[in-house]
Design a protein around this ligand. Structure first.
Ligand code: UDP
Length: 316
């Protein structure tokens, strides 16, 4: 049986990945410090004899044997990664350093979850992997952006210097069931606000764009990348459909049959004006492309939050 370790395995993306790996008959070691992840996300996996959970912060070294390591450990929502920026940088840099050192010792393959944030507020559109990015190294997003850039650098250095089998994926905005109610990112905020008939908070004028990929597409891309040999990446994983934030707000209101009004708040510093992945490399190397369009994924996510809010009301 192949053994995979997933750091950040109790988070939104990590818990979906653990579930998929179990479905593919892997033995799964889930490691999480439960800072933004939660036991609730992996509740259904705990009884599985092929699943093991360890509470651990990868900033501290750890020893285990696995054939594959997926490193997803890091708060990823701007609200969360900015609330403890020093910890965010430590988690990105020391975390991957600890895991790369372990991968070198144990001869494990390691996939690192990087991000479209390495492109910063991009001057090239759409973004290809060859673009070096436009990041403010001193701003409030730098703890995440520069942390992830340093982590990519460490991956490539371990690859060239020690032949560690690294895989770097750059993940674009991802959404779906199991996002936390307090996640703070745009899709969860808008759907929850719309379901509660509360004001929809657009930051800035809503003309900024993002490209949203549904969780199952991402998980498929990550496992394909792990199983692709001799290519370290980086590779973009995202859905090239591009939407203005205002358009997204209108969609949320419509699909929730909501009475919410839109209100405008200040645009946070360094908020990227546009973002869209060029996924030609993933198409070519992995034969991967996203299958779930935004309208379909939003309905599934709406239903998830509807049920979650209903349960919260019955609990109180
Ligand atoms: N945003 C918004 N209202 C919210 C949350 C986010 O208008 O309640 C905007 C945010 O300013 C950004 C975009 O939506 O332009 C995506 O934000 P998110 O935090 O989801 O992720 P990012 O891509 O910025 O990391």
């Amino acid at each position: 049986m192949i053994k995979a370790a997933v750091t950040g395995g109790a988070g939104f993306i990590g818990s979906h990945l653990c579930k998929e790996l179990l479905r593919q008959n892997f033995k799964v070691l889930c490691i999480d410090n439960l800072y933004t992840g939660s036991k609730e996300n992996i509740e259904d996996l705990l009884p599985n004899p092929n699943f093991e959970f360890i509470k651990h912060d990868i900033v501290e070294p750890i020893m285990f044997q696995a054939d594959q390591i997926y490193n997803l450990a890091c708060p990823a929502s701007p609200v969360h990664y900015q609330s403890n920026p020093v910890q965010t940088m430590k988690c990105s840099v020391l975390g991957i350093l600890n895991l790369l050192t372990l991968a070198k010792k144990t001869n494990a393959k390691i996939l690192h979850a990087s991000t479209s944030e390495v492109y910063g507020d991009p001057l090239e559109h759409p973004q290809k992997e060859s673009y070096w990015g436009h990041v403010n190294p001193l701003g409030i997003r730098a703890c995440y952006d520069e942390g992830k850039r340093a982590a990519e650098c460490l991956c490539m250095d371990f690859y060239r210097e020690y032949n560690v089998q690294v895989k770097i994926v750059r993940i674009f905005n991802t959404y779906g069931p199991k996002m936390a109610i307090n996640d703070g990112r745009v899709i969860s905020n808008f759907l929850i606000q719309a379901l509660k008939n509360e004001p929809i908070t657009i930051y800035g004028d809503g003309s900024q764009t993002r490209s949203f990929q549904y969780i199952s597409d991402l998980v498929e891309g990550m496992t394909k990348m792990m199983n692709q040999d001799d290519f370290p990446g980086p590779i973009n994983l995202g859905n090239p459909g591009e939407y203005a934030i205002k358009e997204l707000a209108e969609k949320a209101i419509e699909i929730c049959g909501s009475k919410s009004k839109i209100i405008y708040k200040e645009l946070p510093q360094d908020d990227p004006k546009k973002r869209r992945p060029d996924i030609s490399l993933a198409r070519e190397k992995l034969e991967w492309f996203p299958k779930i369009p935004l309208d379909e994924g939003l309905l599934k996510t709406r239903d998830y939050f509807k049920e979650k809010l209903r349960k919260e009301i019955t609990k109180n």
